[in-house]
Design a protein around this ligand. Structure first.
Ligand code: TXA
Ligand code: MG
Length: 337
């Protein structure tokens, strides 16, 4: 049984004591719900992988209440200090050389010479991390390869019975995972995953940033980059301008009598912030309801590639990508008539 804890002083205290005892607690951050475990206890970290069914070669992000706490575990350079000042607490993860005295277990860091650290925003996450007073490893609280959870009900759909508790702090404000930036070589910042902090905002602080190759499975660099990820059960068709009656539609912008059988509008007035916050719930809803109604797939309207659109498109491209072991792609197309 997974306990549902309220976002109250006693709920937070219980959550922190479960974490300190080596248990697993999912908690809301501004991005998505994380599946938290004490990063310094290898058994707790092993339980995270087990609960998620996650391949063990994936390194985890360690979470901290402050930049000062994060920078005890890594070797921060001047760029890290500037980025922390500009974006923490907030949806940015920095990959830096691991400090010699780091207490984060090898299992959480996957034995790498670098460590991913993040200071999330949001009162519940902040208080929980402060009370726990340990680095907290937290991948998104979904089964490996599935859609990330942006509220506590999604966490229970994925992990009920597999974790000790979920701390319910309501829906996540940003709704997309953090941006992961590798600055272990500050002369060459490299974007490993687009996310809640836009590339434009980062470039204003860092200058030029090397971009990920979204077409390839750059597994060794950042295993979360696996091409098939965020996978709904229904196939996904991208950049659709004319949806069909037998499709579920993930819409963006004003709709004028769409023929689609089922519509989830990411944002009526084409706001990328609103679209990001509604993305994972929309995919989950269309997937469940669309399958019940025997629809052929999920059609996605075009989404601009600037600002948060880069991260939204990245997640949708992965949702449409071929699944490991599948003989054909999960994307489908409809011949032009
Ligand atoms: O918003 C988020 O980042 C959420 C919340 C819960 O904080 N967490 C999250 O964790 O998305 P996860 O495990 O699903 O994604 C972590 C990403 C993966 O792509 C992983 O490969 C990458 O960070 N990563 C972690 N440590 C790394 C390292 N040392 N070098 C390169 N990439 C790393
Ligand atoms: Mg994830």
């Amino acid at each position: 049984m997974t306990r549902r804890l309220e976002n109250t002083a006693s709920g937070l205290a219980t959550a922190a004591s479960i974490l300190r005892a080596g248990g697993l607690v999912a908690f809301g951050t501004e991005t998505v719900y994380g599946l938290g475990g004490d990063a310094t206890q290898p058994q707790a970290v092993a339980r995270i992988f087990e609960a998620k069914n996650r391949p063990r070669f994936n390194p985890l992000i360690s979470h901290f209440p402050t930049a000062a706490a994060a920078f005890e575990q890594v070797v921060p350079n001047a760029l890290a200090q500037r980025l922390a000042k500009a974006f923490w607490p907030g949806p940015l993860t920095l990959v830096l050389p691991r400090a010699a005295g780091s207490t984060v277990s090898d299992l959480a860091a996957d034995g790498l010479a670098t460590l991913a650290v993040r200071v999330p925003r949001g009162d519940a996450a902040q208080t929980l991390l402060r009370l726990t007073d340990r680095p907290v490893a937290a991948p998104s609280a979904n089964r490996s390869g599935r859609i990330s959870p942006s509220d506590a009900a999604h966490v229970l759909e994925e992990l009920d019975g597999r974790i000790d508790a979920v701390l319910d702090s309501g829906p996540c404000a940003v709704g997309l995972e953090s941006t992961v930036l590798d600055i272990s070589d500050p002369a060459r910042p490299c974007l490993l995953r687009p996310g809640g902090v836009t590339l434009e905002a980062l470039q204003a602080v860092c200058g030029p940033i090397a971009l990920p190759d979204t077409q390839s499975d750059a597994a060794p660099l950042s295993p979360g980059r696996m091409l098939s990820h965020y996978a709904p059960h229904l196939p996904v068709r991208l950049d659709v301008t004319t949806p069909r009656a037998d499709e579920a539609l993930l819409a963006f912008g004003p709709q004028h009598g769409s023929p689609a059988a089922l519509v989830w509008n990411l944002s009526e007035h084409a706001s990328l912030e609103e679209a990001a916050a509604r993305l994972f719930t929309g995919l989950r809803t269309l997937d469940g309801e669309g399958a019940r109604r025997h629809l052929r797939g999920i059609a996605v309207q075009p989404i601009p590639e600037q600002g948060l659109g880069l991260a939204i498109r990245d997640r949708l491209t992965r949702a449409a990508a071929p699944r490991p072991g599948a003989s054909s792609g999960h994307a489908y197309s409809i011949p032009a008539t």
